[in-house]
Ligand binder design. Structure first.
Ligand SMILES: O=C(O)CCC(=O)C(=O)O
Ligand SMILES: [Mn+2]
Length: 244
């Protein structure tokens, strides 16, 4: 995109990580995170909003992806757009309480994020983009967009895709190219003052999963919240376009 600033450092740390180090914590899955966050690139959006792009934070992303695609409870969700029901262009699986997820590796990931960012990530929702026709339209994450500030880590597995972010009031978008194993963390007032998306695209792309962590209270799953929000989803209601 001509108007995008590209933030991409091709320095995958994941290749250097030893996937046997944390086996006792990952449920035997051969993955490892970089506990030092040594490849983190802080992208200031303005004085109060930022994004961290942690290149190659996770080693073994394919093993994690294979396990989650086989074992998580994926569902096809739909939502109301004005007068018609629209099928979301992706699959979703959700753990409103990560501690109850039956996969130790998810606890391991949440604990590593909590240790670094100093807040207790308790809620996980995952997207499965089956190919380039799947995506996520412009939105802010709820309820984080109603909090003074928030930290939302998003872990990418599988195919590389473009993660866009632009001011809530409109304007140029920035592109972060996410590779399998990369972590993108939105912080500060990003959920209030910016919108983000993973656009559907023409160039072919294989499957990608994203793992989105938050500190939402567990009493309502995002699916329940969708209903309470009068047919428009908790994340989706904040979307500025209809692309999904
Ligand atoms: O897939 C991604 O990288 C981001 C997805 C997202 O923003 C969301 O599901 O709220
Ligand atoms: Mn989001």
């Amino acid at each position: 995109m001509a108007d995008d600033a590209l933030f991409d450092l091709p320095t995958p740390a994941g290749a250097d990580l030893d996937v046997t180090t944390d086996l006792h914590l990952t449920g035997g899955l051969r993955v490892a995170v970089d506990h030092t966050f040594g490849t983190a690139e802080r992208i200031p959006l303005d004085d109060t909003s930022w994004v961290d792009h942690v290149h190659g934070w996770l080693a073994g992303d394919q093993a994690l992806m294979d396990m989650l695609m086989a074992e998580a409870e994926w569902e096809q969700r739909s939502r109301w757009m004005y007068t018609r029901e629209v099928t979301e262009p992706r699959l979703t699986a959700e753990y409103p309480v990560i501690a109850q997820a039956p996969h130790p590796v998810l606890h391991y990931l949440a604990a590593a994020l909590t240790a670094h960012y100093g807040r207790s990530f308790t809620h996980l929702w995952m997207n499965w983009y089956r190919d380039h026709n799947d995506g996520t339209g412009w939105h802010a994450d709820r309820p984080a967009d109603r909090q003074a500030e928030a930290v939302i880590p998003v872990l990418s597995l599988g195919a590389s895709r473009r993660f866009l972010i632009r001011p809530e009031v409109g304007g140029k978008s920035r592109t972060i190219l996410t590779h399998g194993g990369d972590l993108v963390v939105m912080g500060g007032r990003t959920q209030r003052d910016y919108r983000h998306s993973v656009p559907q695209q023409k160039p072919a792309a294989g499957p990608r999963l994203s793992l989105n962590f938050s500190i939402d209270p567990p009493r309502r799953s995002r699916r329940d919240a969708t209903r309470h929000d009068n047919g428009s989803g908790p994340r989706e209601q904040a979307r500025a376009d209809l692309s999904g």
